[in-house]
Design a protein around this ligand. Structure first.
Ligand SMILES: [Zn+2]
Length: 312
């Protein structure tokens, strides 16, 4: 193969273009004359790479380069053809070279291509680096659900847990996440849906005087009474204002499972809860007499919120 003469500037997406010449050209970052292996990407960009770096960074190339080469190929230092695009291969090299830093990938699709190539070329440092870059703040992700999808596809349990906590700020059932959720395998999808549902169910159960589940309202914290629990009529579900409160909690967690709305003062100040603060059981045999303490109930609701599961 003729020795290419010029370098080519990558475009903003990291793709290289050789449109002004049919001859393959060197990637500007990988054209060092002292590099001894030449690789040709699928989109026709050449890379000069140090054999030692390839051998240390890639199990695939280590095996390949240990095999004796065809004499003619070796003499002409024929390029090794790969099926990856130049922008993908460049970032693999940026990671395995000890003196380089990869720039942040720009899209989830690109990251998935990088990870696929890393697996094929047996480049564990690449997978580890991408895993480290994958955080809720990553610019290549558009939502926490995308991070969860990426983690699930790669079996990154710790990243999946962090991502699952972040997804609680969103409504999973919103149409904007439908396509992302379709990419989840069944097990990860069920675990995420369960987390979102479980928070609401546990909170509603916590407000039920007949259940002994955890977490649970500490009644003496939220009522004024000589006793530590409300009257038995309340336990039998005769308290409509309390049912309203449960409804508002349920609604808030439906919209946003992390429950930020419940933390707001406006939640407890909701005029629709006014009957709860005025409530008194007037049944004749009522013992003990009690009423709800608004200023104490709100912190108690937040305490329960903080005890709900927050990761898969
Ligand atoms: Zn009563």
């Amino acid at each position: 193969m003729a020795e290419p003469q010029t370098d080519v500037e990558p475009d903003t997406a990291g793709n290289s273009s050789a449109s002004h010449s049919n001859a393959p050209q060197y990637h500007p970052s990988f054209s060092s004359p002292d590099a001894d292996i030449v690789i040709l990407s699928d989109d026709g960009v050449l890379f000069r790479v140090h054999k030692l770096v390839l051998q240390l960074g890639s199990g695939f190339f280590k095996t390949m380069l240990e095999m004796p080469r065809d004499a003619a190929e070796a003499l002409n230092n024929e390029p090794i053809l790969i099926q990856e695009k130049s922008n993908v291969f460049a970032i693999l090299l940026d990671i395995i070279y000890p003196d380089r830093q990869p720039h942040d990938p720009q899209s989830l699709e690109f990251v998935q291509e990088i990870l696929q190539a890393a697996e094929k070329f047996d480049m564990p440092k690449v997978s580890k680096t991408i895993r480290r870059l994958a955080t809720p703040q990553s610019t290549f992700l558009t939502s926490a659900i995308d991070l969860y999808v990426l983690a699930s596809q790669n079996g990154w349990e710790d990243v999946a847990k962090i991502a699952s906590a972040e997804t609680l700020k969103t409504n999973l059932y919103s149409s904007e996440y439908r396509d992302s959720l379709k990419r989840l395998d069944g097990n990860y999808l069920i675990r995420l849906v369960n987390l979102h549902r479980r928070r609401r169910r546990l909170f509603i159960d916590a407000l039920d005087p007949n259940l002994d589940s955890e977490p649970k309202v500490v009644w003496r914290n939220v009522i004024s009474s000589a006793e530590s629990s409300p009257c038995h009529h309340f336990s039998r579900g005769f308290t409509l204002p309390w049912t309203n409160l449960k409804h508002f909690v349920s609604e808030a967690l439906d919209v946003q499972p992390v429950g930020d709305a419940i933390r707001e003062r406006s939640f407890i100040d909701n005029p629709a809860l006014k009957t709860l603060w005025d409530y008194q059981c007037h049944l004749r045999d009522c013992v003990p007499r009690f009423h709800f303490l608004k200023e104490k109930l709100h912190p108690e609701l937040i305490r329960i919120l903080d005890l709900l599961p927050s990761t898969i």
